[in-house]
Ligand binder design. Structure first.
Ligand SMILES: C[S@@+](CC[C@H](N)C(=O)[O-])C[C@H]1O[C@@H](n2cnc3c(N)ncnc32)[C@H](O)[C@@H]1O
Length: 188
């Protein structure tokens, strides 16, 4: 009997195990699993973003790339920059980009906390309450006035959304749209 079959099977199991392990480790590290947004949520997010949006749109935690690819199609004049820390979803999204390229989409492997938000016209998030809490002061300090923040499920404490919808899905998922308000002038 050939030994190739069992060897291949073992290799496959090892790859699968390493993949699962890498997802578990990165989820423990970031606090957000690479759970993709459902098509219904993606449609609700895009409905809150004008198709003629220009400038940079940041997808913070792009997972397998679902939202990032939709953003690239929905806003052809914008430059979509997506950050993902977990190797396996990021590699998958890169493979998607290789097979179905979008000229206005850049998929970066890295921590979005190391990025600057200063040029962003919009940021899109599906993260966790803890991560949103850490992001809030960065958004307030760095994002240009009027920049949009779109968030799936997790809101920004202390910010009033300019729009929010609750989907008619199993979880009654909320989706929030915020706009960065004008900053108070510095005191004399
Ligand atoms: C719930 S998933 C959302 C995936 C995708 N945006 C979507 O909506 O389909 C959250 C993703 O954020 C990533 N993430 C969390 N913190 C991160 C960080 N600091 N830098 C980069 N990616 C991060 C996680 O690895 C995870 O894949």
């Amino acid at each position: 009997m050939s030994a190739t079959g069992p060897l291949l099977l073992m290799l496959l199991w090892t790859v699968l195990l390493l993949g699962v392990l890498s997802i578990v480790v990165s989820t423990l590290r970031t606090g957000a699993p690479p759970m993709p947004s459902s098509p219904r949520v993606r449609r609700a997010l895009l409905a809150m973003l004008p198709g003629d949006t220009r400038g940079t749109v940041l997808d913070l935690g792009s997972g397998w790339g679902d939202v990032a690819f939709n953003l690239a199609d929905h806003c052809p004049e914008a430059r979509i920059v997506a950050y993902e820390l977990s190797w396996l979803p990021w590699l998958f999204s890169r493979l998607r980009q290789r097979l179905f390229p979008r000229a206005n989409l850049t998929l970066l492997h890295g921590d979005f906390f190391a990025a600057s938000f200063q040029d962003a016209a919009c940021v899109v998030c599906y993260l966790s309450p803890g991560i949103m809490k850490r992001l809030e002061p960065r958004f307030a300090a760095e994002l240009p006035v009027g920049a949009r923040i779109l968030s799936h499920t997790f809101g920004l404490r202390g910010w009033a959304p300019v729009r929010s919808v609750r989907l008619q899905d199993l979880y009654r998922t909320p989706v929030y749209l915020y706009e960065v308000p004008p900053r108070a002038p510095p005191r004399e």
